[in-house]
Structure formats: C-alpha cells, structure tokens
Design a protein around this ligand. Sequence first.
Ligand code: ADP
Ligand code: MG
Length: 315
Amino acid sequence: MKLNDIGEFGLIELLKRTEKRHRPDVVIGIGDDAAVLKTTRPHDRRASKIYQLITTDTFIENIHFKLKKGRDRFFALGQKALAANISDILAMGGCPTHALVTIGLPGRVTVEQVERLYKGIDSLAKEHGIDIIGGDTISSPKEVLVSITLMGEVEKEYLLTRSGARPGDLLCVTGRFGGPAYENYGLRITDYALRFKEARVLSRSGIVTSMIDSSDGLVRSVIELCKRSGTGAVIFKDKVPAAAGATLDQALYGGEEYELVFTVPKSRLMKLKVKASVVGEMAAKEKGIKLADKYGKIRPLKSGGYEHFAKRKSK
Ligand code: ADP
Ligand code: MG
C-alpha cells in the first residue's frame, strides 16, 4: 500500500497501533498534541506535581512555505516553526520551556539568512520564556528544512488532552478560522495570536473536558477529538466564526490558525471565562461526525484539512 492511499493520518494511526511501551513513565505517547511524561525526579517536591510535555514540528520548503526570490522570509519562518510547537504545548494546558532546533540547509543559503531565522525563533522564545538548548545542523540537497522539538511542563491537575470529550459536551473555539487559507498561507504570524492566556485560563478552569489546537484545520481538530474521545459530533456551520474574507470551506478546512478547539459540558458553559464561540456539540460515536446548516439539515462531512500524502489537498 502506498502512503498516498492512507494519507498522513492513516499512517499515524498505523504507527500508533504498533507503538510499544518499554518504560513506565509515559503517560501519553502517540496521538495527542504533545507527549506527556512523568517526571524522573521523584524526590523533587515541585517536580512530583508536574508532567513534562514534549512535541515536535517540522517545516520544509515547497510544502509548508516558499522562499520567493528577493523576499527575506527567514525571520518569519523561524517564528512560525516555533509558534506551531508552542501551540501544541498550550493545547495540553502547559507552558513551553526548552527547545532543540534542527536545520537542514542547501549551500545557497547565506549566514545572514540563518541569523535571521534564529532572530525569528528568538523573538518568540523571549516572549514565552523558552531557552534554545541545542539542535542539529545538516546540509540539504535542495530544500530548507526547520524542525523544532519543544519541551514544556504542566501541573498534573491542569493537563488537558484530546480524549476527555463526552456526548452532549459543547464544542467551543477561540478566535476566527480560515484567515491563513484566505491569505494563501503566508509565513506571517503577526495576524494570529498564540492563545497563551486563554489556554492557561481554560486548563485551570476545571470545566474543559478535552482540547486540541487547530493547526490542521477546524474539521480535522474535531475529527481528532472525536477519535481520541470515542465520540461523534455535529458542527453548526453558521456558528463557525470565519476570518474576514474567508469562505466557509476555508474556515472549516483551512488550518494554521493555531486557535484552541475544546469541549465543555453544557451545564458548565456559564463558568467559561474565555472569549469563545460554541460551534457544535459532541454526540455518541454511532452518530458520526456531521455538519448542520442553520435549518438543522445535517450531512456528513468530507474529512478535509491539510494532510500530507493525501491525493486531494485543500491547500
Ligand atoms: P500536531 O498537528 O498537533 O503537531 P500531528 O498530527 O503532527 O499533531 O501528530 C499527531 C500525533 O502523532 C502526535 O502525538 C505525534 O507525536 C504523532 N506522530 C506524528 N508523526 C509520527 C511519527 N512519524 N512517529 C511517531 N509518532 C508520530
Ligand atoms: Mg496540535
């Protein structure tokens, strides 16, 4: 079977099925926004109250970004590569701490460009209190590659995962969707915020049952929440907040917004202290994942979102 036939998410499911455990300290391995580890410092009182988080994201030229001639995009690339990783740590309710940066570069790249890449990384690292503690440097035959591994930590009681949603929970989102798709996926990150404060408030609220970030699109995030929680869901099309100019399709399937997608039991919605929109409701698994229009007409959704190896790409 070819990768084109199963796609990125099919491949990850396959890898998850073959996942082996050799250690007792892995709380969550493959399948969430970040892996969760028990601390290996059992006598440290603070450490015993926290979990370590670790995530990685890779950006490669001509798939994730283009380096057009005459335009310096290295600063923005550095920022974006770190932003994607920070977003994953925030989605677990955590704070980022340390990063390893791997760069694969063809010989045409200048030293000044690499410096600007690091300035971009540092600008966000400074803002979020992250130290770059190492990485790897390799030559690449053609394309520029940046891969960041980010560590973080979360107090045990504030950990949020993709797997706690229950049928009947309301499906909520921060911010607006489809902006990056409408803008044809530039590297700019100034026009979308990482939801640092919102993620902290949500993780401490005690009312959120599951959370994920929307890096691969709203629909893909909902599919992942459903898959990990063992539920179905209905998304109310007319409730999805689209960014200025974005079509509904871009809002549903576009991705790269780095917004938070989370679930809250109906009875606790009044306690929500974060600006958010209710865009749907979780349902029993047998109901599947559906889209409802404003007249209540329901139809199944196309899976959509960005998927590596997929034959049909929506961006
Ligand atoms: P995100 O978009 O939040 O970064 P991904 O969709 O990239 O998440 O990955 C989903 C899950 O699959 C994560 O737990 C990730 O660590 C895991 N994963 C992705 N690729 C691999 C791989 N090649 N081997 C093992 N686990 C992987
Ligand atoms: Mg994620």
